[in-house]
Design a protein around this ligand. Structure first.
Ligand code: ZN
Length: 318
């Protein structure tokens, strides 16, 4: 596959007509969105945060596209590193429809409850710095995307695949012609700089409140069955041997679930997860740098795992 860099530093063509845009959220090479281009028309998968909108519009212009050439904006789920830019992007892109999982529609029309939940998890200072303001989307421009639906831009067809696990309301897009699966967060998070040869270092980042390990496992199996040549995750490098990567991801997830059930407290789980994942790092990797750089993802995953455990215990006792 070609890896031509287009005139903005943030945009990279990873396949013909498929451009990865580094949204700049938190740091470079952390969160991407994807621009699918065909015959002068385009679809955008994921939006980054509100601060990513300028970067995306710049990448669009650098690709020679007018703002009215964008047919679709499709957040893979409503977490704010994927959908936080949806409101202002829809204002900037006059012809676009917003495609979203049926269970995500209400959160984009009225983001109040989503904002309250994210503020409770991250705190107001983080929310105000990274995510504010959330802008509602006009419901008449939203299309609920069912599993199996086809989304067209130019002559290109993208198939909607529901991919629960990271979140219940998660979807991915399959570009069957190019055998690329645009995964969102359904296929873990990849950390550039920690790869072992051609094998990416991928971990299952699973925030509260909808993480479901059984659904996550079934989604990984479904992606294995689809057997795309490439997986393009939102976080971060293109994955070129998806089946092997799915196996490693499943192993790390199984271990994390076991630790969650064994640990006595959230702090205990935090220690176990950090040391367990660090053990999976390639030989010679800088463990202290890993813990520092990925502290937020590690913390988020501990919260997601612990939340899942408490929900499970409540169900068992109720
Ligand atoms: Zn994410």
């Amino acid at each position: 596959m070609s890896r031509n860099t287009t005139p903005t530093a943030a945009a990279t063509e990873i396949a013909p007509g498929l451009i990865r845009i580094d949204t700049g959220y938190l740091r470079p090479a952390h969160t991407a969105c994807y621009l699918v281009i065909d015959q002068g028309r385009a679809a955008l998968v994921d939006t980054g945060v509100v601060h990513s909108v300028a970067v995306i519009l710049e990448a669009l212009a650098a690709s020679g596209l007018d703002r009215s050439a964008v047919d679709w904006v499709i957040p893979t789920h409503v977490h704010l590193d994927h959908a936080g830019g949806a409101g202002p992007l829809m204002q900037a892109l006059p012809a676009a429809r917003l495609g979203v999982h049926p269970s995500g529609v209400d959160h984009l029309v009225d983001p109040g409850r989503l904002e309250a939940g994210v503020r409770a998890l991250y705190g107001d200072a983080f929310f105000d710095r990274e995510y504010a303001p959330l802008v509602p989307v006009d419901p008449t421009r939203i299309v609920a995307l069912e599993d199996g639906a086809m989304v067209a831009t130019g002559a290109r067809q993208l198939q909607v695949i529901h991919t629960p696990g990271h979140a219940w309301h998660h979807l991915s897009l399959l570009d069957a012609d190019r055998s690329v699966f645009i995964a969102g967060d359904a296929f873990g998070a990849g950390y550039p700089g920690y790869a072992e040869g051609a094998a990416p270092f991928l971990v299952p980042v699973v925030p509260p409140p909808q993480f479901d390990p059984d659904a996550y496992r079934q989604t990984l199996e479904r992606i294995r069955d689809i057997d795309p040549r490439y997986v393009a995750p939102a976080h971060f490098p293109l994955i070129e041997a998806p089946r092997a990567a799915a196996d490693r991801l499943q192993t790390l997830l199984d271990a994390a679930v076991d630790w969650t059930l064994e640990c006595d407290s959230l702090d205990d789980l935090q220690r176990r997860l950090v040391s367990g994942w660090a053990e999976a790092l390639p030989a010679g990797a800088d463990r202290a740098a890993f813990e520092r750089d990925f502290g937020l993802d590690l913390w988020l995953t501990v919260e997601g795992l612990w939340h899942w455990r408490r929900k499970k215990a409540r169900r068992a006792s109720g």
